[in-house]
Design a protein around this ligand. Structure first.
Ligand code: WT7
Length: 650
């Protein structure tokens, strides 16, 4: 990073120590770091005892063939038994596992005892459809209890699931069915989205006409919206007929710790989607421990809510496997945050007395745009810990979240991790860490991460470079499905013996980590590396800016020039003066080198369905190029709007 930019970032001096009462009763305390660092495998072996094993593992880590790790390889367990049955056996059958809130206002509570029955019935149904240990099952569902039930039913019979986000197209679904060679698809007629039924089944029908997806035998269909569906006799079966007819008895079988649990595709910016493979024992150990430690979860009293979709890894690890392995009570919500009104989330928090809430920076910035008077109408006093994930959280958004949602009292845990890491890797601990707005700060106990330069040398405190993970961890991906070489090339080749995450990062003077976004997004201006994240944070700290996306566009004199796209807060109008003011604002926050050459007010930004800004497309606009692939955008008309506003943007 440029020295100027770096020194400015280090000027962030706000610190928020843990609330004393929370710290005094916290699940983990400061001593854990040293203990974990002293012997990482021993630390993880201790955490593995959080689980119930059919055969206790004697081995911990097998790293004899790096980068192919095995954890707890001689242990055997059933993941679904760990998430459901054992809690019922421990007398917790009446505890609510899921408070489901449908978008139209329908609700359904499932206790752990009821969840166990449903999972057993679904497991029996899948077996009846011919699914055997090792067979892949594709899941393409809205955020309804059947999504959780389906995943656990697959885990129970040892059939790896491949969940495909319900917002993806027939094409994306077909590619993923083909790559995983799935034989059964679980879907629904549709789900509720912005007050309307949104169909899913037609996309499955279409996907299954593609050559690669032709081997699917059965489609299990949940009736959710009541929409008309085309029916393929002999292939399609209704959930309410087939699953409901099953016995609620099902003996869970134990599988090896390295038995595949799921495949989840990351879209990436180039090439075929990568099928990230996760296995059972190590993964469950890490998500269970991190959920316990990062959210300080007290399963007897907390009500937990993660607003992610089950189609992302956040939903896998922190809706399904982490919370349920810990016997948590949680909320799941089907719809969008603004249906039927912009206070829907806060209304749900007030209704269920949610105490731990986990969401994404993109959602927080959207709520900022809507205004603080909206959450102010609801009683959010039950909240005690707030989490963030998915992108760097700008200090301004962090402060807004803390004040308007957390009532200036809840610690915020900014959790860095990836689909590939399986679970949280870098995060403050709410009872231990004095938090800093915008920083994920500290590798989790048992995790080794650092920042290196181009030559793989560790950088000193106060410097920036590339984030790497230096020791294997239990929840790590085991490979890319069907492509070991691509696994090695993508993650383990850039820096000898280290996992390259693809993110830029820096260490501040205290050694705390700041994540700076994908390295592909770092700009090179007159020989200085400048991170898009920092310029965006500087823009968002201006009172008239709600959101910002920054790209480096080719420039004949400076190599790259900074082009900023901004969404103004309600009321602010675009004038030449305002543009000049914003450029100066960035200049004074980060130094003259970081001043955007152009600032372009727009009404929307292009985002993926998981809420990440697609800077690649903005770069195309800024460089006057034809747009690249827009198929993973939430709304592809956004690009037309931006382009029509900016004839000759470069
Ligand atoms: C990428 C992984 C992890 C679940 C959701 C995303 C970015 C994620 C943070 C954070 C800064 C973050 C990184 C990472 N990212 N969390 N707290 N601070 N950046 O999973 O789709 O696999 O994306 O998301 O760039 O590499 P994913």
């Amino acid at each position: 990073m440029s020295d100027e930019t770096l020194s400015n970032l280090l000027r962030e001096e706000r610190r928020f120590p843990p609330p004393p009462a929370l710290a005094a009763a916290a699940n983990v305390t400061a001593e854990v770091y040293e203990r974990a660092a002293a012997d990482r495998p021993a630390f993880w072996a201790e955490q593995a005892r959080r689980l119930s094993w059919a055969t206790e593992p004697q081995q911990t880590l097998d790293w004899s063939n790096p980068p192919f790790a095995k954890w707890f390889a001689d242990g055997e367990l059933n993941v679904a038994y760990n998430c459901v049955d054992r809690h019922v056996e421990a007398g917790l059958g009446d505890r609510v596992a899921l408070h489901f809130e449908g978008e139209p206002g329908d609700t359904r509570d499932l206790t752990y005892a009821q969840l166990k029955d449903e999972v057993c019935k679904a497991a029996n149904a899948l077996t009846g459809l011919g699914v055997e240990k090792g067979d892949r099952v594709a899941i393409y569902l809205p955020m309804i209890p059947e999504a959780v039930i389906s995943m656990l039913a697959c885990a129970r019979i040892g059939a790896p699931h491949s969940v495909v986000f319900g917002g993806f197209s027939a094409d994306a679904l077909a590619t993923r069915i083909d790559d995983a060679d799935a034989r059964v698809v679980i879907t629904a007629d549709g789900g509720w989205r912005r007050g309307k039924p949104s169909a899913l089944k037609p996309a499955v029908d279409e996907a299954l006409t593609r050559p690669g997806a032709g081997r699917v035998r059965s489609v299990l269909v949940v009736r959710r919206t009541g929409q008309d569906v085309d029916w393929h006799e002999g292939r399609d079966v209704w959930w309410h007929e087939v699953v409901e007819a099953q016995s609620a008895e099902h003996e869970p079988q134990a599988f090896g710790a390295e038995h595949p649990l799921f495949i989840l595709y990351t879209s990436g910016t180039t090439g075929r989607p990568k099928g990230i493979l996760h296995t059972s024992g190590g993964y469950l150990t890490q998500v269970s421990y991190t959920h316990h430690a990062v959210f300080d979860l007290k399963p007897e009293t907390d009500v937990y809510w993660c607003s992610a979709d089950i189609g992302w890894v956040t939903g896998h690890s922190y809706i399904v496997y982490g919370p349920l392995s810990n016997a948590a009570t949680q909320v799941i919500y089907e719809g969008t945050p603004d249906t039927p009104h912009q206070g829907r989330w806060w209304e749900i928090i007030a209704k269920h007395r949610v105490s731990v809430f986990y969401t994404a920076p993109t959602a927080i910035r959207t709520c900022m745009k809507w205004g603080e008077e909206i959450p102010a109408r609801f009683d959010l006093s039950s909240l005690r810990v707030l989490g963030s994930v998915g992108e760097p959280i700008n200090p301004e958004a962090w402060m807004w979240y803390r004040k308007n949602i957390g009532g200036d009292r809840c610690p915020i845990v900014d959790t860095w991790w990836q689909t590939e890491t399986g679970g949280i890797m870098i995060s403050p601990l709410p009872g231990v860490t004095a938090t800093k707005p915008g920083s994920a700060q500290t590798p989790m106990p048992g995790i080794a991460a650092t920042v290196v330069d181009d030559e793989s040398r560790e950088v000193p405190d106060g410097a920036g470079g590339y984030l790497v993970l230096t020791e294997p961890w239990p929840g790590m991906l085991r490979t890319i499905w069907g492509d070991d070489q691509r696994y090695v090339d993508t993650y383990w080749s850039r820096f000898e013996g280290r996992y390259f995450a693809g993110d830029g990062a820096k260490k501040d003077d205290d050694g705390d980590l700041w994540l700076l976004g994908r390295v592909d997004d770092v700009m090179l201006v007159s020989g200085h590396n400048i991170s898009t994240t920092e310029v965006e944070s500087a823009l968002v700290s201006h009172p008239k800016v709600a959101e910002a996306a920054v790209v480096g566009a080719a420039d004949p004199t400076t190599g790259q020039a900074i082009v900023a796209f901004v969404i103004l807060r309600g009321g602010a109008t675009e004038t030449e003066d305002l543009v000049a003011e914003l450029r100066d604002h960035v200049g004074s926050a980060l130094g003259a080198i970081a001043k955007p050459k152009r600032v372009l007010p727009v009404s929307e930004l292009p985002k993926t369905r998981s809420g990440k800004i697609m800077r690649r497309l903005l770069r195309d606009v800024a460089e006057n190029r034809e747009l690249g692939d827009v198929t993973t955008l939430t709304d592809s008309t956004v690009m037309d709007l931006i382009q029509s506003k900016l004839p000759g943007a470069a």
